[in-house]
Design a protein around this ligand. Sequence first.
Ligand code: CMX
Length: 247
Amino acid sequence: MMRRIHHAGIVVKNLRDAYRFYRDTLGLPLVREAEITDQGVRAALLAAGETEIELLEPLDATNAVGRFLAKRGEGLHHFCFETDVDRCLASLKERRVELLDTTPRPGLAGRIAFLHPRACAGVLVELATGDAPGAPAPSPLDLQRLVIGARESRKTAELFQRLFDLPEVAIDGGSRTTLGVGRGALLVVPAAEVGGIEGMVALSLVAEDFADLMARCDRAKVKCLGGPGEVTIAPASSHGVRLHISR
Ligand code: CMX
């Protein structure tokens, strides 16, 4: 039912500053940018392989995204599945799952609807019809995994499996669960293994040309921790998001 992770949404103070890192340093191509007035945001989608990264700048400090920014700072805000939104909403309604949108509305990713974070272990999940089929924009980075921290990781993984009919594709010693979504995956891990963070923790990406990417990060003075084939970009450099990048 879930065709792919359509995008991971990141709240930023300012789109122009965030472009400097995500578009100019990482090299992610801008797919589109628009103001979504009913949501009180200016949003931009950037291609990252099969999926996309959505940057969200609140238009004022008092709306839902503005309050999120004030309370938690810049960082991961939600993620979105591409699916048949009407069918999926009908099925979720039948199961009395708590929704923010009971009917789809227009968004940057097509017709969209949000579930309440209370229904998804504190994670804000969006559903979207996605774009008309076409070749994805070529991108130097492929977003492959989204990491979710949970106090009871097994239970949370089972919840996501049940809600979205996701296959379990790998078990790592019983404490980590990988759920397949298209060519990508959700990795549910115990919060204790990720500094106690519950909810969206990190994004894992694979670089087409790792050496070139490292050179660009170096020129832009981006702080990277790690070894020769895999780095974690310090959240201070990536607008609050832990980015794991491997070759
Ligand atoms: N993920 C997880 N929890 C969130 C959250 C998020 N993105 N945003 C807010 N919350 C939590 C808050 O931390 C708070 O938790 P506590 O009660 O434990 O403190 C609780 O939700 C209430 O927060 P609030 O600021 O009072 O916000 P509201 O209750 O008014 O709304 C939410 C919260 C999630 C329903 C709201 O942010 C919302 O409607 N979001 C969906 C719409 C959206 O995000 N649009 C932007 C995307 C645009 C697009 O792609 O089209």
